[in-house]
Structures are given as structure tokens and as C-alpha cells.
Write a protein that binds this ligand. Structure first.
Ligand code: SAM
Ligand code: SF4
Ligand code: SF4
Length: 336
């Protein structure tokens, strides 16, 4: 089995299908305008499916579609159908801001999508608008319940928690999650990209989130799914659901990181905080054979030594961390 320099396999592929988004969340796209990838540079569904098939040969068994906002890519259900037909793919999921779910979820489900994550950081309509700049909470909630009616399961909620912005929304989100059966994942605010002015003061650590929730609803730790998932999960002692926390900053999980990312323009990226990707589109478009592409991907993976979040924690503890020291690839290009 293919392993990197720290014996980590290649298991979860995150595919960004577009870098465009109809929201401008303050923690992800703080600027109003970005330089978009040109349309002709974006991988076609056939190119994405071919690469996914090759990644599966190397050990990948989970694919998550993301973006930018994946549902702004037209006819996404065609890609879902192609990917769901791939042999060896155990799990296919999608992370979305939910704004276009109402109109698209039926086609996505028919094409083979089984589960989704919807990002909702607050249930206060005005705050939702302030965080997302262009989003409308009622449209997103409508999409969330449309997905439930279509039978997607589980439908998880992702909530990025930022100090001074939405930490007081944690209990309200938990109650909503318990009432409607949507497991929720709280995400520590990260210094992704180059423009969100991340500081440790804006971080609400996992420990604080768990203390806050368990004071109201006692929790029992379940741990990480398969021992390696980013989220540490907890079940409510009263049996009414579960929550998880993705603590990339305070409890990094690089040692078990089996994630690999493919950007919308065909760059293969080995870490969320990478500064560069490896161009697979050029290989696809210059007639490279499957074996040639596998050799390039395998060669990069074998040398992979990424452990950015581990290193960040070491530097933070030594008061030596500067989030701007490296120019990273933007989150909308990488897809989270
Ligand atoms: N547009 C889709 C969405 O918002 O769900 C998919 C792409 S988005 C980049 C993927 C995930 O990354 C979302 O759950 C989002 O909340 C999370 N995210 C974006 N910026 C983040 C940051 N600075 N810290 C932590 N999570 C972040
Ligand atoms: Fe768009 Fe998702 Fe980033 Fe928000 S988090 S700006 S919805 S890509
Ligand atoms: Fe994986 Fe990089 Fe995140 Fe560490 S920082 S968990 S290596 S993506």
C-alpha cells in the first residue's frame, strides 16, 4: 500500500469542483473580489472522474466534493453519477453552504449522493448575513430540510466558531441539531488562506466548546471515526444525538492525516496549508497514460512530509507563530 514519509496511507480525496462561491464568509473569503480560475482551466467531469479512478487505485476509498461552493457548478449531478459508479469507492459526500440545495438536492440524490455536510454558523438571520455577507439563512434552512425529505443521511452541520462572532450561538446550534437530528461539527477557526487576519484571540478552543456544551447536555467521548477522522466525536448521555469538534489548532491530527486534495484546475495538493500543488491537468491534457499519472502521484505521496498543524502548535507554544510567514493556497481553491 502507498504510504508517505510518515507511513500515512492515501485515503480521502477532497475534490474542489469550482473556486467560485455565491457567499463571502468572513473567515474564508474576506475580500469581495478574487482572481478566478479561467473556465478552460477547470477540469471537466470526465477528467475529474478519471483522476478519482486513479486515486482509488492508490488507496483512496472516500471522496468529498467541495469548493468554493460546489453547487454553483452546473450539472453537478452528472459528476455525482459518474463518481458513484466507480468501483472501490466506499463513500461519496458533499460539503455545501446549502443556498442552492432546495433546487438541486433531488437530482443529486437521484444521481447517487447519500450524505452531505451543510455549513451553518448561526441561526440568527442578521448574524448569518454578517458572517456570509451574501447569504440568506431561511434559504439555507429550506435547503437543509429539503435534503432531509430527500432521504440524505446523515446530514451534518458544520459551524466555524470565531471568538466575538458566534461563540454564544453554540448552545442554540446544539439544540437545533438535537431537535432535528442533524449531527453537528464545530470547527476551530483556522488561519487558512492569506487574508482572514487569523489570531489566537479569535480562536475558541475545543476544550471550551466541549465544556460549554456538556454543562447543559452531558457528553460521552466516542473518539475519532476509524481512529483518523479530523473530528473528535461525542454522544449525548441522554442518547439524543452526537456532536464533534474539529480541533485543527489545539489538537492537531497530522499524524493520522490521510487526506489529499484536488483543486478545480487539477492541482494535486498534499496539505490544507500547502504553498504549491502538483499539476495533473497538464498530464491529462498532454496525453499521459494512467500509469504515468499514477507514477507522478505515487512519487509525490511517498515523499510527503506535511504536518503543518503539528508544527503550528509547537510554534504557538513557543510564541513563535506567524500565520503570514508562508503564502498559502486559498481555501476556496483547496475546498477545506
Ligand atoms: N462552500 C462550501 C461550504 O461552505 O460548506 C464548501 C467549501 S468550504 C471552504 C468548506 C468548509 O471549510 C466549510 O465548512 C467552511 O465553514 C470551512 N472553513 C472555511 N474557512 C475556514 C476557516 N478559516 N477556519 C475553519 N474552517 C473554515
Ligand atoms: Fe463560500 Fe464556503 Fe468559503 Fe463560505 S466557507 S465563502 S460558503 S467557500
Ligand atoms: Fe493534514 Fe496538513 Fe491538516 Fe496536518 S495540517 S492534518 S498534514 S492537511
Amino acid at each position: 500500500m502507498l504510504k508517505d514519509a510518515y507511513h500515512r496511507a492515501i485515503k480521502d480525496l477532497r475534490i474542489s469542483v469550482t473556486d467560485r462561491c455565491n457567499f463571502r464568509c468572513i473567515y474564508c473569503m474576506p475580500q469581495d473580489e478574487y482572481e478566478w480560475i479561467e473556465k478552460k482551466e477547470i477540469l471537466t467531469f470526465e477528467e475529474i472522474t478519471r483522476l478519482a479512478r486513479l486515486f482509488i487505485r492508490l488507496g483512496v476509498d472516500e471522496v468529498r466534493l467541495t469548493g468554493g461552493e460546489p453547487l454553483v457548478r452546473r450539472n453537478l449531478e452528472v459528476l455525482i453519477a459518474q463518481l458513484s459508479a466507480l468501483e472501490g469507492l466506499r463513500d461519496l459526500s458533499l460539503t455545501t453552504n446549502g443556498s442552492l440545495l432546495t433546487e438541486k438536492v433531488e437530482a443529486l440524490t437521484k444521481a447517487g449522493l447519500k450524505r452531505i455536510n451543510v455549513s451553518i454558523d448561526t441561526l440568527d438571520p442578521e448574524k448569518f448575513k454578517r458572517i456570509t455577507k451574501r447569504g440568506d439563512l431561511s434559504t439555507v434552512l429550506e435547503g437543509l430540510f429539503a435534503a432531509k425529505r430527500c432521504g440524505l443521511d446523515p446530514i451534518k452541520i458544520n459551524a466555524v466558531i470565531e471568538r466575538g462572532v458566534n461563540e454564544e450561538d453554540i448552545p442554540i446550534l446544539v439544540e437545533f441539531s438535537r431537535e432535528h437530528g442533524f449531527p453537528i461539527r464545530f470547527i476551530e477557526y483556522m488561519d487558512v488562506g492569506n487574508a482572514n487576519n487569523w489570531t489566537t484571540e479569535k480562536l475558541v478552543p475545543k476544550k471550551e466548546i466541549i465544556e460549554l456544551v456538556s454543562a447543559r447536555y452531558p457528553l460521552r467521548e466516542i473518539g475519532r471515526e476509524n481512529g483518523s477522522a479530523p473530528s473528535v466525536d461525542y454522544e449525548f448521555v441522554d442518547g439524543r444525538g452526537e456532536i464533534g469538534v474539529i480541533a485543527s489548532v489545539t489538537e492537531p491530527f497530522c499524524s493520522s492525516c490521510t487526506r489529499v486534495r484536488l483543486t478545480a484546475d487539477g492541482k494535486f495538493v498534499t496539505c490544507l496549508f500547502s504553498q504549491v500543488g502538483h499539476d495533473l491537468k497538464r498530464l491529462l491534457r498532454t496525453g499521459a497514460s494512467d500509469e504515468e499519472i499514477l507514477e507522478v502521484v505515487g512519487g509525490v505521496w511517498k515523499k510527503r512530509q506535511d504536518r503543518y498543524s503539528d508544527e503550528r502548535l509547537e510554534a504557538l507554544r513557543a510564541f513563535k507563530y506567524d500565520p503570514k510567514q508562508n503564502k498559502k493556497i486559498e481555501m476556496i481553491t483547496l475546498g477545506g
